[in-house]
Structures are given as structure tokens and as C-alpha cells.
Design a binder for this molecule. Sequence first.
Ligand code: MYR
Length: 179
Amino acid sequence: MLLGIKLSNHLLQNAELFTLTYGAIVHQLLTDLEEVDEVNKQLDQMGYNIGIRLIDEFLAKSNVTRCVDFKETAEVIAKVGFKMFLGVTASVTNWDADGTCCSIILEDNPLVDFVELPDTCQGLYYCNILSGVIRGALEMVSMKTEVTWIRDMLRGDDVFELQVKLLKQVPEKYPYKDD
Ligand code: MYR
């Protein structure tokens, strides 16, 4: 067995179904791709594809207006985005001096409920879909980012820590061109 799912005898709630479905996707990718690095890439790509679509739903439902700077954007992701899509809030820390790199800290992550990684999966970034989602969503609001896992509770860390680095802010094009 590639991934251990510990499940006690109780009725599944929606959130649990979501968690288990995600586990099944990761499990299938591990079976199909065999290499954990490939699974990491695939999860990130899946997240990116979700992120570029999810931003519309996020902006429509949240009533969030354009953020004044990247600091505000990071807070919006942590407090509003995570709440909306994962049901938990995160905190933002470790800002660099120029305000273009920070960490989003997740103490509670429903994606990993019931999950234990066996030794064969130690290089796996199980939640890599989340980094892809953030990268994809931000790209749609003109921010090119690099999103990297710094700490991971499935690897024995005390929290999940995602580093979000703003690489480039692309000026937005006026959507209705004459030519
Ligand atoms: C702006 O400056 O236009 C506002 C940008 C807000 C971006 C919010 C992106 C939300 C991403 C949600 C991630 C959820 C992960 C589970």
C-alpha cells in the first residue's frame, strides 16, 4: 500500500469526502507515475489548472477588491482564500525587507487528515496541489510567483509553511483592444 488511510467507523462528512478524494488522486498518481518527483510536478500542475479557474469564483464570492500591495494579497489568501476553499485560516509571517517574499503558515490542514506517508514516499509533497492553486490564482491577477514548501507536518514539522515569492508583477492589459 502506497498511502495509509486511517479511517474510523463513522459517516463521511463532505470535508472528509474531499480529503479522501484528494488522497485517492495522490494514490493514483503514485501508482501511475511511480517517481515521487513526477507526482509532485503533476500535483502542482493540477493545482495551477485549478487556480487559474478558481480565482473568478474567489473574486465573485469574496467581494475582495484589488489589493494595494503584495502584503495585502498574502493576507487575503491566508484569511479569505484558505477559509473559502479549505475551511481553515492561515497566518502570514517571515516577510523579507522589500515585501516580496513571505510565509503562509497552516496549523490545520484538512487535506492531511487520515494520512500517513510510508518511507517510500518521503520525497512527496503531499499538498503540492495547494502551491499550484496559489501560483495559478495569482497569475490570473498579474502576479508571477514561486511557491515552495518550507515545512510539512507529514515530514515531521510542527506546521505547514508555504513560501510565496513574488517574481514579477505583470502590468494588466486593457481588455478591449481596438485592433
Ligand atoms: C488582488 O490583488 O487582485 C486580489 C488578489 C487576491 C488573490 C487571492 C487568491 C486566492 C487564492 C486562494 C487559495 C486557496 C488555497 C486553498
